[in-house]
Design a protein around this ligand. Structure first.
Ligand code: ADP
Ligand code: MG
Length: 652
């Protein structure tokens, strides 16, 4: 059955689904919820969001707002007292005008103004847990309906974990897992889902690494180059290397010369200067007459690296999927025939038609953005190759060892001299206008500003900031031209906007988290994050890394409807990614930490034993990998792995 044959899917919905990468019933059912919210009925007045039951609903007033939305004010009885309620969406109008004199409301109380902010309305008592998908332009309710419908036509899948493991840990079956992850009735259901999900994440990943470890060649040719040439190369940069940059580069250079294959993860905080280390490693290979593939997760970042690298390494080429056919052919031909070249690019480098003549080193920047399978494509194709993985989202050492199945780990802790901490301040949404004079000062000083918001388009929860609402708001107040960038622009347009911002033609850039990784624009000193409470620590810290990359004072404003947020407060205090990671792991437990999800559920659900479930997966995986190889079943396993797409755990 095709997606468009499903009840409730017309051409418009189909198009929206396809845009979100959902092309089949299978895709729909394998969708990963972004968040679960608790809708357990609450009888107290709370500033955090919760579900309450109200009676005597009476409409008071409807006003239109600037962005076409409606503000609806009504009154109702809660716990025997009359309160004021506000909804910012006309979608819910019918509930209030209808005959429903009592309703279930998902609200938060705004203390200083003495009203309830209404986020969702239910006529009947909803399940204890609401599942959030955040698919742009389609409501979560609709997604749930479609998934429910899809299950009617879905053949019960075979258990994918080995049965003895399912029994050993009393996991729910795979079929139940799929069902309950979309329709958990209560916390217990969710706990079952989380246990299995966390375990699987570690298990499959480790089986994969184990197979790669066992099957891969441990040795490689010794690469020869002259240390003095490296010395001269490093002198070309306008700065002196930090101690850690030097230490890690030395280690890589030493191993480049040795006969042991390099398979190393380099963790370094945002702005610690990882790119130079990557370029030094690349240059050593070029000197030794080998080719280098340098992968970045986005076209924007690939372009940035390319523009930098070609200044220092002349035979550098850019390979992205938006090249013209002829350009692409030319580059593919160079890759096939020329020895010592540096190829920088996106996933396009991983395509089958890219055939390296003499690949010596693979560099994967922002490696957390690539799926496990993607990361290993070149290793499998060229088993002798050295591989360096770079990441700016540090994972505490203990967890990294189990998560990355035995990679070597190197850490860049120092920051370049003269770097100051980014001054981070939490402000209330309603106080946003108060920072405008400050922003004007920054602009007057010829500095630039990023403004990041969660949505591309407005959606059902229209209280959130979207791109055009944000642009309009700041345009009116700041009176400058404002550029926008988000994931649905064409690659060419993205590259052009970033170029214009980089060349200071645009002073203010409104963006989604698409700018989260890697972008290096020294003149941008201020970043405003709207609806900051929606993001996890590591994402916010990554975004913060977009400013403070030079020696200018820099600032981040975390704008949130509610200041009472432990996660955001810690960001005001702590500027170091490693400390934040440790804290975050403690706060949320390994499952959510690694999935970057913010549900706040796993930690609350996990007992100490449950928290450790991931660590058993490593041993189980070793045993299983050995068995697969002995029984010649590796190919079968890789089929399962393809379906699982481990990517989903890292890139939400
Ligand atoms: P990241 O670790 O986030 O990838 P980058 O490699 O992009 O960081 O470096 C951030 C900025 O710091 C760049 O503009 C780079 O030129 C600069 N930089 C890197 N190393 C040093 C250094 N040792 N001294 C001064 N500036 C440096
Ligand atoms: Mg980087």
């Amino acid at each position: 059955m095709n997606l468009e044959d499903l009840k409730g899917i017309g051409p418009k919905t189909l198009q929206k689904l396809n845009l979100a990468g959902i092309n089949s019933l299978n895709d729909l059912i394998n969708l990963e919820p972004k968040e679960y919210i608790s809708l357990v009925l609450n009888n107290e007045i709370k500033e955090e969001k919760s579900l309450i039951y109200v009676t005597n609903v009476k409409l008071a007033k409807v006003t239109s707002m600037s962005n076409n939305a409606k503000m609806i004010i009504f009154s109702a009885l809660f716990n025997g007292k009359n309160y004021k309620f506000i909804i910012f969406s006309k979608e819910y109008m019918t509930y209030i005008l209808g005959k429903n004199k009592s309703l279930y409301l998902y609200v938060n109380y705004v203390k200083e103004k003495n009203y309830f902010n209404v986020h969702k309305i239910f006529v009947d008592k909803p399940n204890d847990i609401k599942v959030i998908y955040k698919i742009s332009d389609i409501s979560d309710t609709n997604i749930s309906k479609l998934i429910f419908e899809a299950f009617n036509y879905f053949k019960a899948p075979k258990e994918r974990l080995p049965l003895d493991i399912v029994n050993k840990y009393k996991f729910i079956s795979y079929k139940d897992y799929l069902l309950l992850k979309h329709f958990p009735k209560n916390n217990l259901d969710l706990k079952q889902v989380m246990r299995r999900k966390i375990y699987e994440n570690f298990f499959y990943r480790n089986v994969f690494y184990q197979i790669l470890n066992i099957k891969n060649i441990k040795d490689k040719d010794i690469k020869e180059f002259n240390d003095n040439d490296i010395f001269e190369f490093v002198k070309l940069f306008s700065f002196k290397l930090t101690n850690d940059q030097e230490k890690v580069s030395d280690l890589i250079l030493k191993e480049t010369k040795s006969s042991k294959r390099i398979n190393m993860l380099i963790e370094g905080d945002v702005g610690s200067g990882k790119t130079v280390v990557a370029l030094i490693s690349a240059y050593a290979n070029i000197l030794a007459n080998y080719q280098v593939a340098f992968l970045a997760p986005t076209v924007i970042l690939a372009n940035q690296h390319y523009n930098l690298a070609k200044k220092y390494i002349p035979n550098t080429y850019l390979l992205t999927s938006n090249l013209k056919k002829k350009e692409k052919e030319e580059i593919l031909n160079k890759i096939k025939t020329e020895d010592n070249i540096l190829v920088i690019g996106t996933h396009a480098i991983l395509e089958d038609d890219v055939i390296f003549k003499k690949l010596g080193l693979v560099i994967i920047d922002e490696q957390q953005r690539f799926g496990v399978l993607q990361r290993s494509i070149l290793q499998k194709k060229y088993p002798h190759v050295d591989t360096l993985y770079f990441t700016a989202t540090p994972i505490p050492r203990s967890l990294a060892m189990t998560y990355y199945g035995g990679l070597d780990l190197a850490i860049i802790k120092d920051k370049p001299m003269g770097r100051k901490a980014v001054k981070t301040k939490l402000i209330k949404d309603s106080d946003l206008a108060k920072i405008i004079p400050f922003l004007k000062e920054r602009l007057a000083a010829n500095e630039q500003i990023f403004i990041v918001c969660p949505l591309i388009y407005p959606n059902e929860d229209s209280l959130l900031w979207d791109i055009s609402k944000t642009k309009n708001y700041f345009k009116d107040l700041l009176n400058v031209d404002i550029g926008i960038i988000h994931g649905e622009l064409k690659d060419k347009e993205k590259v052009e906007i970033i170029r214009a911002f980089n060349d200071n033609e645009i002073k203010v850039l409104v963006a989604t988290t698409i700018i989260e990784v890697g972008i290096d624009i020294k003149n941008a000193t201020t970043l405003i994050l709207l609806d900051a409470n929606r993001y996890g620590l590591s994402t916010i810290h990554q975004l913060r890394g977009r400013v403070g990359r030079g020696n200018l004072d820099s600032y981040m404003f975390l704008v949130s409807p509610n200041l009472d947020n432990e996660r955001l407060k810690i960001l005001e205090e702590v500027n170091d990614g490693f400390t934040l990671a440790e804290y975050d792991l403690k706060l949320r437990g390994p499952g959510e930490f690694l999935s970057r999800s913010q549900s706040g559920f796993t930690n609350q659900l996990e007992t100490d034993l449950e928290k450790k479930i991931y660590s058993y997966a490593v041993e189980d995986a070793k045993e299983y990998a050995t068995k697969l190889i002995a029984n010649n079943e590796v190919v079968e396993y890789e089929k399962i792995l393809n379906e699982i797409n481990l990517h989903e755990y890292e890139n939400n």
